[in-house]
Design a protein around this ligand. Structure first.
Ligand code: NOJ
Length: 954
């Protein structure tokens, strides 16, 4: 593959990974030979201090390898039960980077106020939680941390004894290289030679310098890598640590039958044409969060580290998992999330790193992108063609070609002579634009952004402390150092379209309809080592790039998102798309899966990658519809539109030089089918927005894999080609193969599911059952889970803001017990007024008795006044708020009930009889499959914002 040809490191080409893996090998071999591998690290019980009222235990750790080196251990229990374990070298020769968590975390976590560690001779222990079910035990010799739930071990740190924090040391020029271990002499060797040689290896492998290809990484600080085993003795499935182009249920990298030979790597890289399901090759973003799951519980571990990290995954048995984390630098800062359900894990992670920001409503609609739309008139004619063909679209994108010589925020005036007018033409159709801004600055004094950055001294430095120079689209370039606080206000001021008070340059030819796309922010550097920045480059505070690499892209997106927000008054919600990300980036930006290929396998892996990002907090995720590279044939393009329409982020994009493929160019029947797919997305925007609102409050993913929704149903744990949309009950399985007319969908519960299009009822079973559903091009497989009520808006419009006052359809899909419920959240979609209580949050309920079915609407906010919405207590809410008043008069124009057992004799709203039609079919109750009955009430005369009840007499 091209990506591999261009060169990314294999595990054995990263010295610290080599050292870490070799350590694991020695340990395993030693145990296999009957030895006992014991970690050299122990906690000195005499140094233990209980702080913060007892919720925090600190103490001194020593390693028998280097008794003179001191390490400080700090174990804290947060208010919500999350445990944080930190270890750092104390009074060392140099300092380790300890700021990864501060970038990732939303705020400093609150410690539990009322815990008491109990310190014994061999261990310290703390017990908490409802019914005291959680137990955290710190074993002293060796140092081991265990988290138990109801007496069962859930997560164990260092039980394999692979913990190793390489201490800072002076470089000693000549060193006895030691005697290599001869094959078969391990046990003997262990007895005869000092333990540190056995533990660390005989030679200093890449301690002070490392060469890879033509690159030499000088390592002025010497070795400081970290190795830690994190084991899940009761969990046979692990998910997360995005981003990798592979399955959600992570394939193994170690042990018998390991699927991949390299560990998963977290090192943000620009990897175009990345290979699919071939390895744990690191891609553009990194989130060091892993979920471990079984039918009994879900737990997670978040490792706050920003340097290059490799993670081995093995299943010693089918019901247990061993992971081994190896990072190049930084302190040990590990968060144990006790769960024990997936929903609780999501809540715990969201309290740490923040939930996804509630995106502007329009950003959930369809985005049309291409590298490049070449001129203002190009944009105008694309817009015209969409309108002529009645295809909805909300956003047109400009790639790098808009700028003058890749000096972002400046216009190429030959092609874009009238940028503000062009944007206004787009705005006039209630649409937006997204324009690309990359982090590299063309090094020329006639580029004000570069000049000012240089004057302010906010550019990344090279190892000689000179300005770092590299190459990117703009040729010889410099990079803004977003770790430098002095860059922040300055960078934001560039976005002011009304000019700046100090009369300096700003992006005046822009309006607040323009939002931003941050690309190449890994950072991508042409001809750099692994297409990125040299690790010995220097950032603010003297930190090397190696220490902060995985966070760089997120800080760019963070500053951009603040800039876009702050250019509006009163503030509107910003939209930023970022290619690179780290834990916490969900607070600032959406992401996409980068430069995929227009192939079926890339389409398929995009689905599992979106799921994997979703469970790690990056809910607003999607892949380039159509594939970035290549010219997809019409069938593939059509299927990809369905994939996109059911991804949280829905954008078509194509590389420079590919054939134009805007949907209006497709021949029939593809054009009409694609139009219908996009319209389907628009009709379901209420579902998407409601799902995002829920995520923005609870941290639950928008795209929910099987194990999240049905955590006890084992056969679903590895499924990653079908998923649910929020809590709506929609279950989708995009087709990602050619020539398919039907497919199978797995139903992991004893429930009725209905075909979205015709209401055909399928039955699942408690053990799980696979059903066959039709999947012609015009009917991407989509089921509604019995028990759901879906709000939709069925009137096609050219862009989503035009739907604001459109009436709703409620589709009630009865469950096997004849009930259903659903939610609808609405606000103005762009301001922050919802934080002041300006929103509508409705609950819909269907209840059955022997003789009646009632369908009602209630104000959910009033019922949940003690809860918070997007950071603000609902207490400020009142049902007659300004936004609700704007919606006054918006009707429910249709209620559809699927699965009634018979035709009602009457439908009534209070004393008023309602007309309805009824198509006979099978009932939700029972076990029959086939077309379900369908009742339709047109114009029930009820408002979306009011409480009402419609009663059907059976
Ligand atoms: C790389 C991005 O991944 C791609 O989407 C974009 O079109 C090109 N850079 C050009 O900006």
């Amino acid at each position: 593959m091209a990506a591999v040809e261009r060169g990314y490191k294999r595990w054995y080409e990263s010295a610290f990974c080599r050292r870490g893996r070799v350590l694991a090998d020695r340990a395993a071999k030693h145990v296999a030979l009957g030895g006992k591998w014991q970690s050299p690290y122990s906690l000195d019980a005499t140094t233990i201090v209980l702080e913060d009222g007892g919720s925090r235990l600190t103490g001194r750790v020593r390693s028998s390898l280097y008794p003179e080196i001191k390490f400080a251990l700090d174990v804290r229990v947060h208010e919500d039960g999350v445990v944080r374990v930190r270890m750092d070298e104390q009074d060392g020769l140099r300092k380790r980077y300890d700021e990864a968590a501060s970038w990732a975390l939303l705020k400093e976590p609150v410690l539990s106020p009322s815990l008491r560690w109990c310190v014994g001779k061999q261990e310290a222990k703390v017990v908490y939680g409802e019914g005291e079910q959680v137990e955290v035990i710190v074993g002293f010799e060796p140092l081991v941390v265990r988290m138990k739930m109801d007496g069962e071990e859930q997560v164990v740190l260092n039980c394999q004894g692979l913990l190793h924090m390489e201490h800072f040391r002076e470089k000693v020029e000549s060193k006895d290289g030691g005697i290599p271990i001869a094959e078969g002499q391990e046990t003997q060797r262990f007895i005869q030679f000092p333990q540190n040689s056995w533990f660390e290896g005989d030679t200093e492998d890449g301690f002070w310098e490392e060469t890879w290809g033509s690159w030499t990484d000088t390592k002025p600080k010497g070795p400081e890598s970290l190795s830690l085993d994190i084991n899940f003795p009761r969990h046979g499935h692990v998910y997360g640590i995005p981003q990798h182009a592979t399955h959600l249920d992570l394939p193994t990298t170690r042990g018998e039958g390991a699927v991949f030979s390299d560990p998963y790597r977290l090192y943000n890289n620009d990897v175009y044409k990345y290979p699919v399901s071939a390895s744990g090759l690191s891609l553009y973003g990194s989130i060091p969060l892993i979920h471990a799951h079984s039918a009994d519980s879900t737990v997670a571990v978040f490792v706050a580290v920003a340097s290059e990290t490799w993670i081995d995954v093995a299943h010693p048995t089918k019901d247990s998992t061993e992971t081994h984390w190896m990072s190049e630098s930084g302190i040990l800062d590990v968060f144990l999330l006790p769960g024990p359900t997936p929903d609780q894990v999501f809540g715990q992670y969201a309290r740490l790193t923040g939930p996804v920001q509630l995106p502007p409503h329009w950003s959930l609609a369809y985005h049309q992108c291409r590298w490049n739309y070449v001129s203002s008139d190009d944009i105008r004619s694309v817009q015209k063609r969409f309108d002529e063909e009645d295809i909805p679209v909300d956003v047109f994108w400009l790639d790098i070609g808009y700028s003058e010589d890749y000096k972002y925020m400046t216009w190429n005036k030959d092609r874009f002579p009238d940028p503000t007018d062009m944007i206004k033409d787009v705005e006039a159709r209630a649409r937006k634009m997204v324009i690309i801004v990359d982090p590299h600055l063309k090094r020329t004094q006639d580029y004000p952004v570069y000049k000012e950055a240089q004057e302010l001294d906010v550019l990344v430095k090279d190892k000689y402390e000179d300005e770092f120079e590299g190459s990117c689209w703009s040729g010889n370039s410099a990079w803004i150092d977003f770790f430098n606080p002095n860059s922040w206000e300055w960078y934001k001021s560039l976005y002011k379209f009304n000019g700046r008070e100090d009369d300096k340059w700003s992006w005046v030819e822009s309006t607040d309809a323009v939002h931003i796309w941050n690309d190449m922010n890994e950072p991508a550097i042409f001809y750099g080592p692994e297409s990125t920045m040299e690790k010995d480059s220097v950032h603010h505070g003297g930190w090397e790039h190696r220490d902060v690499h995985n966070i760089y892209g997120m800080l760019f997106a963070k500053t951009t998102s603040q800039a876009v927000k702050e250019r509006t008054a009163p503030h509107k919600r910003p939209f930023v798309l970022t290619r690179s990300f780290y834990a916490g980036a969900q607070r600032f930006a959406a992401m996409w899966t980068g430069d995929n290929l227009g192939t079926w396998e890339h389409m398929a892996v995009g689905v599992s990658m979106v799921l994997s990002n979703n469970i790690a907090g990056m809910n607003f995720a999607g892949s380039d519809v159509g594939g970035f590279f290549g010219n997809p044939e019409p069938e593939m393009l059509t299927r990809w539109y369905f994939v996109g329409a059911f991804s949280p982020f829905f954008r078509a994009h194509a590389k420079l030089g590919t054939e134009r493929r805007e949907p209006y160019l497709a021949a029939e029947p593809y054009k009409s089918i694609i139009r219908d797919i996009i319209r389907l997305r628009y009709s379901l925007l209420p579902v998407w927005y409601t799902a995002f609102r829920e995520s923005s409050v609870t941290g639950l993913p928008v795209a929910r894999p099987q194990y999240v929704v049905l955590p006890k149903n084992e056969p679903g744990f590895s499924i990653d080609d079908q998923y649910y949309i929020g809590a709506s009950g929609l279950l989708v399985k995009p087709i990602t193969e050619a020539g398919v007319a039907k497919t199978t969908i797995y139903i992991g519960e004893d429930q009725v599911y209905y075909d979205f299009y015709d209401g055909h009822a399928f039955r699942g079973s408690a053990e799980g059952k696979t059903v066959t559903v039709p999947a012609p091009l015009e009917r991407g497989p989509l089921l509604i889970r019995g028990g759901s009520i879906l709000p939709s808006r069925e009137r096609p419009r050219s862009s989503s803001p035009l739907m604001k006052h459109d009436p709703f359809t409620l589709k009630v899909a009865l469950s096997q017990s004849g009930c259903a419920s659903g939610e609808l959240y609405l606000d103005d979609g762009e301001s922050y007024d919802h934080r002041e209580g300006d929103f509508v949050w409705r609950g819909f309920f269907a209840k059955s008795t022997e003789k009646t079915v009632s369908i009602s609407s209630e104000d959910l906010a009033l019922k949940n006044l003690d809860r918070a919405v997007d950071g603000v207590k609902l207490a400020t809410y009142n049902g007659g708020n300004a936004f609700a008043n704007i919606l006054n008069g918006v009707q429910v124009e249709r209620i559809i009930v699927i699965g009634l057992k018979n035709k009602p004799s009457k439908a009534a709203l209070g004393n008023t009889d309602l007309e309805f039609t009824f198509e006979d079919g099978i009932s939700a109750v029972g076990r029959r499959e086939g077309l379900a009955s369908k009742l339709t009430i047109e114009n029930p005369c009820v408002l979306i914002t009011s409480d009402w009840e419609v009663v059907l007499d059976l």
